[in-house]
Design a protein around this ligand. Structure first.
Ligand code: ATP
Ligand code: MG
Length: 430
């Protein structure tokens, strides 16, 4: 639809003016009624040349005020929302690349709020200007914040769930080891007892038999007896049989001790908080894991004079076991493990397991207590040993720390109170 071009008459000049005014007011109406705030900036100085109604509402300022204050007053003022940052965006838009970004804005009353800005170069009339379209996104930001908080909350819940699951896994692992140990100890106890007592009788019988044989030899001294004694090496047998019996009894004694250690280690029969001698626990545990240590390590003990500690002995033994096995596993060829104990003030005791193994890389040092953190081959380590130990030490209201140097070795030290205050803590005496 094209209108005929107005001619040069007076009347048509007026029509032209009217049409222009109409067009101008139409433009104004649109300019002011859009939902977005619009700013028109000088492309060189960035100065505000015009604003629409919505922009004035958003920033709670009049057109004149907005033109007077400049960008600095409309921004948070903290990087990346300063005048200099605004200048950067304007420069990019002025170079012909439309920019879209979020801005932390400030209104005339000092209220901070979030906007989304689109800035582009535009030819208005015959002038190049910067056109900034501003949308208030405060509500979206609030929703985003809520969403983020929700997510964080969920992540935390997941972490807690994972921890709880680990704890469960750990206590299951412990319970099954304990039960196994107790079961084996129980099964071994009976046969050992009767073999042990039989050995005693056997020794007595053998001695009696020898006496009888000696007596009968003296009584008739027949040549046949002498011949047999020589042929069967009687003198040697007589000597050796006693030695054999002695050795067997020693062996049994050792088995009996291991069984005792197993029982002491597991303490399934008595899994409650109680006063216990830590050195006993360490020694029992040492015997249990001895097989893992004996080929590679020498173990030295530097025990201090320790009082009994109110604790869950079988769980602390579990910690000692983890530390000792880790120490042995860190030693590749040959090395030493040193177990030290001591008192700290009059309320705490500590136990240290130091090895001369390969050490822990600095970046792993604060990860070793994480559940499932392991540097060992698949199937060799589950990465639960230390996290389990950590949990047990915390339950005892104590702490566990590690110091290590790659190539030199590591030292783990746990410190626990002699008598934890179980009344006023989350660690319930279970
Ligand atoms: N004494 C030590 N020397 C060197 N590294 C150690 C020592 N103790 C622990 N670590 C490091 O810490 C990691 C975690 O130890 P943790 O006992 O928790 O798990 P693991 O020994 O790998 O597996 P698991 O004990 O479940 O069999 C180990 O894989 C190892 O890298
Ligand atoms: Mg381990």
């Amino acid at each position: 639809m094209t209108e005929p071009m107005p001619t040069g008459s007076r009347g048509s000049e007026q029509e032209l003016l009217q049409a222009l005014q109409e067009s101008e007011s139409r433009f104004r109406a649109i300019f002011d009624s859009v939902h977005e705030g619009i700013f028109i900036h000088d492309i060189d100085t960035g100065a505000i040349l015009a604003t629409n109604q919505r922009a004035r509402e958003m920033f709670a300022m009049s057109d004149q005020e907005l033109k007077a204050v400049g960008i600095a007053a409309l921004s948070e003022g903290v990087p990346p929302y300063t005048q200099a940052d605004a200048a950067y965006w304007m420069m990019r838009a002025a170079s012909g690349e439309p920019q879209s970004f979020e801005w932390h804005a400030r209104d005339g009353r000092g209220r901070l709020f979030w906007v989304e800005l689109t800035m582009r170069k535009a030819l208005l009339g015959r002038q190049e200007r910067l056109l900034a379209v501003v949308r208030d996104i405060s509500r979206r930001k609030v929703q985003e914040d809520e969403l983020r908080q929700n997510l964080e909350h969920q992540v935390q819940m997941n972490r807690r769930l994972e921890e709880a699951q680990n704890q469960l896994l750990q206590s299951e692992k412990m319970a099954s080891i304990g039960q196994l140990a107790a079961g084996v100890a129980h099964e071994l106890n009976n046969p050992i007892s009767f073999v042990h007592s039989n050995m005693g009788s056997l020794e007595a019988y053998v001695r009696t038999l020898f006496e009888i044989i000696e007596a009968s030899r003296l009584a008739d001294g027949s040549a046949e007896v002498e011949r047999l004694k020589k042929a069967k090496d009687y003198d040697y047998i007589r000597q050796d049989i006693i030695q054999l019996l002695g050795e067997s009894r020693d062996g049994l004694e050792r088995v009996r001790k291991i069984v005792g250690d197993l029982k002491n280690f597991s303490r399934v029969d008595n899994a409650d908080w109680q006063w216990a001698d830590l050195h006993k626990g360490i020694d029992s545990t040492l015997n249990i894991v001895w097989n893992e240590l004996k080929y590679k390590c020498t173990v030295s003990k530097q025990y201090a004079d320790l009082p009994e500690v109110y604790c869950l002995p079988s769980q602390l033994n579990q910690v000692f076991m983890n530390l000792l096995v880790n120490a042995a596993q860190a030693i590749e060829e040959r090395g030493n493990i040193t177990i030290r104990t001591g008192r700290q003030g009059d309320k705490e005791v500590w136990v240290e397991v130091a090895d001369t193994g390969k050490g822990i890389a600095p970046e792993n040092l604060n990860r070793v207590f994480e559940p499932f953190f392991t540097t060992k081959a698949v199937g060799q380590g589950t990465g639960l040993g230390l996290s389990l130990s950590y949990g047990i030490v915390v339950k005892h209201q104590g702490r566990i720390a590690v110091a290590s140097e790659v190539g030199k070795g590591s030292t783990f030290r746990l410190t626990i109170p002699i008598h934890p205050d179980l009344e006023n803590s989350a660690a319930s005496p279970k």
